[in-house]
Design a binder for this molecule. Structure first.
Ligand SMILES: Nc1ncnc2c1ncn2[C@@H]1O[C@H](COP(=O)(O)OP(=O)(O)OP(=O)(O)O)[C@@H](O)[C@H]1O
Length: 241
């Protein structure tokens, strides 16, 4: 049975890469009007799950269903390392994406704080600015579901907060937002629900407050108590990439 206010469902998702199991029987719902944060150690399967949720990678088993409203663009996606075609300015780049979905490029740039550098070539943007342009691209067309892979990574504290403010505002507007992040204080502040992955499995899925109650301390303490202290999996799988 699916909740009609849940825009995206992943059911029993399993994904392998050769002999590496990246995800094992993962089931999660991404409700409308909320932020779901995927957290977990490096190599725990967050990006793989996000890409499967975004329809960019097929699960080896299980399924993902979109149950949101009809939309020109149902889902916006920010990759972990957004790249853009060199030789074009920030505004030309976002105008390309905006035109596809009848959106306003200047508003998109303004939303992510890039309105001051419309003429800068994309190859001259800093790492953080490139990420912000990626977020603007993901927002184009106002998709009901946003899947953002580490949107605040590499950003200064002010910009990180701004990005998470955008994330929260999107949820308040009724969007479904699923986000991966290693910034646990920001996750704790912004997420309605936190899914903790470890070695491809969901080891906890709850509200930040409920997770905090497990240890009585901040989210990073719960995180540490939930995930196994062993980096051998990440090292082993790195060799097969
Ligand atoms: N294309 C691939 N080929 C082989 N293994 C892969 C591939 N993509 C991911 N993996 C493996 O799947 C596992 C999960 O990787 P994933 O990138 O989803 O982790 P993550 O939680 O996003 O990590 P990080 O926090 O470092 O970004 C890792 O062990 C990784 O090495």
């Amino acid at each position: 049975m699916t909740d009609k206010n849940t825009y995206l469902h992943a059911t029993d998702v399993h994904r392998t890469f050769g002999d590496v199991t990246a995800l094992s029987d993962v089931s999660i719902d991404i409700p409308a009007g909320s932020v779901v944060a995927l957290i977990g150690p490096n190599g725990s399967g967050k990006t793989t799950l996000l890409r499967i949720l975004a329809g960019l990678l097929a699960p080896s088993d299980g399924e993902v269903t979109y149950d949101g409203p009809d939309a020109t663009r149902p889902l916006g996606y920010l990759p972990q390392a957004p790249t853009f075609r060199p030789g074009f300015s920030t505004r030309e780049t976002i105008a390309f994406y905006a035109r596809l979905v009848d959106d306003d490029p200047d508003e998109l740039l303004d939303r992510v704080g890039l309105d001051r550098v419309p003429d800068r070539r994309v190859e001259a943007l800093s790492g953080g600015m490139t990420r912000l342009l990626g977020i603007a691209q993901a927002l184009a067309g106002d998709p009901p579901v946003l899947a953002l892979d580490e949107p605040a990574s590499g950003l200064d504290p002010g910009m990180s907060r701004r990005v998470f403010d955008i994330v929260e505002a999107l949820a308040e507007d009724g969007h479904s937002v699923v986000v991966t992040s290693h910034d646990l204080p920001l996750v704790e502040r912004a997420a309605d629900r936190v899914v903790v992955l470890d070695r491809g499995e969901v080891v906890a899925a709850d509200t930040p407050a409920a997770l905090r109650e497990r240890t009585g301390g901040p989210l990073h303490e719960t995180f540490t108590s939930l995930v196994e202290a062993d980096d051998s999996v990440a090292i082993r799988t790195e060799a097969t990439r």
